[in-house]
Design a binder for this molecule. Structure first.
Ligand code: ASP
Length: 320
């Protein structure tokens, strides 16, 4: 049997166990599992990696527990501005959108940009005009509103900080709802192709049209059959400056490092050196998966060729 595999994340950061509680942990894991299975079902039926990563990310975008699509964090202006990207490792095709509003599934718009436009990266009003033309589903502001997110904004505004959704601070309500973030997926299909996708609301209280790493090909997302597929989560400014996803690919391509060696250098050495908190999910064409993070936790899940489902939030020596 040809192998297939998928790994997803729902954001990296500090998620104190004391704040989490068993019930919440269960809900997050359920959300992760549903998303993982959405992609896995496609792969096990012989579908392609691109469809699998889009389906997994769509599930996480629809789940208000995660900072993407519904449940996205608020900008300083009290709006939800969404970023997403997708890349096909088979042919290096890519699509991305930034600063869009009211599009229900931003990663699907990124995919349409990749497949139906002659461009790679669309922003703001233009991207939304394209979404309308392509008949993507729109949702009203209320659909995206989550009270805990809004409380987070009020708190961040008070201290004039731009806050990583799952950063080291407690949300205004003190619930762990404020401790999760960006979502993403990487997959290998039975044809030997890999793909990556990422979607986010960015950082709470972001201003001036701030763009993070998530929609930037090479920084937050990258896929190349010859090396790896990567989806990142963390403090975007550091991930942009470190060109994280492409750096891992380059270490594999130019230095001949394994996926694990390349991920370890970037996440545990290079990012740490400049103070970049976060993590990523990574896969190569042999079906190896890595899910490193230098934050206290990262919502993550993976499954290889219909085998055991792994779900994790905190550090786990067997899988980190
Ligand atoms: N990387 C995202 C950004 O900086 C945030 C996150 O991963 O939660 O926009």
């Amino acid at each position: 049997m040809k192998q297939f595999a998928i790994a997803i994340h729902g954001g990296a950061g500090a998620i104190p166990r004391s704040v989490m509680g068993a019930e919440n942990e269960k809900n997050y894991k359920k959300g992760l599992e549903e998303a993982l299975l959405a992609g896995d079902t496609i792969l096990s039926a012989g579908g392609n990696a691109l469809d699998a990563v889009e389906a997994a990310v769509n599930k996480l975008e629809d789940n208000p527990l995660f900072n993407a699509g519904r449940g996205a964090v608020f900008t300083n202006g009290g709006t939800n501005e969404l970023d997403a990207s997708i890349m096909d490792g088979k042919n290096l095709m890519a699509g991305a959108v930034t600063g869009i509003k009211n599009v229900k599934n931003p990663v699907s718009l990124a995919r349409v940009v990749m497949e139906k436009s002659e461009h790679v990266f669309l922003s703001g009003a233009g991207a939304m005009e394209f979404a309308k033309k392509m008949n993507l589903e729109f949702a009203p502001d209320e659909y995206f509103f989550v009270q805990d997110r809004y409380d987070q904004l009020l708190q961040a505004r008070e201290s004039d900080q731009v806050v990583l959704d799952h950063g080291n601070t407690r949300g205004a309500t003190g619930t762990p709802n404020s401790k999760k973030g960006t979502v993403g997926a990487v997959a290998l299909d039975v044809f030997g192709n890999i793909a990556a996708a990422t979607s986010t609301g960015g950082m709470t209280n972001k201003k001036f049209g701030r763009v993070g790493d998530s929609p930037i090909i090479g920084a937050g997302t990258y896929a190349n059959n010859n090396t790896c597929a990567i989806s990142c989560t963390g403090h975007g400014e550091f991930f942009i400056r470190s060109v994280v996803a492409y750096d891992i690919s380059c270490l594999m391509e130019y230095k001949g490092l394994s996926l694990k060696e390349a991920c370890d250098i970037v996440v545990y050495q290079k990012l740490v050196k400049i103070g970049g908190e976060g993590g990523l999910v990574a896969i190569d064409a042999k079906g190896n998966i890595e899910m490193p993070f230098n934050s206290e936790g990262m919502y993550r899940a993976m499954r290889k060729s219909g085998g055991e489902i792994y779900l994790g939030i905190y550090k786990d020596p067997a899988h980190s």
